[in-house]
Design a binder for this molecule. Sequence first.
Ligand SMILES: Cc1cc2nc3c(=O)[nH]c(=O)nc-3n(C[C@H](O)[C@H](O)[C@H](O)COP(=O)(O)OP(=O)(O)OC[C@H]3O[C@@H](n4cnc5c(N)ncnc54)[C@H](O)[C@@H]3O)c2cc1C
Length: 419
Amino acid sequence: MDLFAEIDSDAEQKMTRAQGLAMLKAFLPLAGRAYAGERNFDKGRGQHLSVSRLSPFIRRRLISETEILQAVQSRHAFSASEKFISEIFWRTYFKGWLEMRPSIWSEWLASASSAYEDENYLKACQGKTEIACFNEWAEELRETGYLHNHARMWFASIWIFTLKLPWQWGAAFFLQWLRDGDPASNTLSWRWVAGLHSRGKHYLAKADNIERFTNGRFAPYGVLDEGALPIMASDPPPATEPAWPSAPPQNKYLLLLHAEDCLVEELSLPAAPEAVLVLPGSLGNMALGEPHQLRDKSLDNLDDEALSDAGARAAAHYNCPIHVVQGQTEDSFAGGIYQDIAKKLVEFASQYQLGNMISSYLPVGPIQQNMAQITKSLGAEGIECHQLVRGYDRICWPHAKRGFFPFKENIPKWLKTLP
Ligand SMILES: Cc1cc2nc3c(=O)[nH]c(=O)nc-3n(C[C@H](O)[C@H](O)[C@H](O)COP(=O)(O)OP(=O)(O)OC[C@H]3O[C@@H](n4cnc5c(N)ncnc54)[C@H](O)[C@@H]3O)c2cc1C
């Protein structure tokens, strides 16, 4: 039976919870030993069936880490599914690591904006280099919004060590196109490849490894710099404990929905909201040096699709009205301030005669930065915005102070207790 017959190709996936759950169900039989044995093979465009391709859904929390971990455990012994489980926790680890060192994100953002003028940068993004596999991956990324993990590693390594382009620009190219683009996983993976995450340990793409794990589709012998040294830079700042927000008051409130968390019916809210306000997907974008934005506009639409799905579920679950807050897309980033969205939120607050809004927690990234501007404007009107942290993040993230291996030691314990 073709388990994936019902599943759309990457570029066609609908960004809904139903689609994410269907993909999880289809992938579940493969999440054990099959995944451990096959996950490193990049079988080419449209053939990534040995990995889950769940990342765009997890990224927006259309499906949660907890439910994936539970589903996997109900199907496979830990010994068989350990590899898949630990990949889910790589994501959690990176989220926690960046949350405790937010300056890594702002420094990256500041250094990425100079990329667009550079001819070699543009050639690499257009897949016009002398390296066939690299060109294919650049095209696959732009056309499908997905790259296999091993291809991401090879691509980033060739970008940094063979093409000698700044890693920050490569991270910008990925965020521009990836359907699962994530400030933590992306920035920190690029740093990891460069040798900046585990100091002095870099990832070098090698022709024999590419030949083996692409099943011979590519064999770039003699064209890669396989002996390059890691990038040197100063140590990252020390971790500071996440500054978790305090619990929201018990007052009546409006629920704000953003694309960092599209599963709000799972949140431990103080009571049902008076209404759900769905924020625009464009909040996930931001200016990366005028006239460029962080990501392609199609990804704003993808977030809108996820938010529309999440809004309908939330309104049904809490039996309350739903409103879509439309933000102007043209010139929204002028000054980086979403005054038009703030204005609309003030109008809703006045319509419901409420001074409280609650959203799920906003981790480091563009939505947090754009929302900070909006929250400031709301504060000036006497409207308070509170954030609710998921138990999963609250428990796991503070353990991401050092490397993945000490973090990983907690996994067996967490699997028994995680909310
Ligand atoms: C340079 C580079 C950039 C990357 N940028 C992103 C990004 O922007 N967003 C993103 O979600 N992942 C990123 N990754 C991690 C990883 O490549 C993707 O999560 C994975 O390829 C998604 O495909 P999948 O869902 O089929 O993964 P599967 O192999 O099926 O894994 C299941 C889930 O585990 C998580 N996961 C798997 N591998 C990793 C990993 N190495 N690091 C963190 N989480 C992981 C993802 O949520 C993934 O959906 C990056 C990796 C590299 C090397």
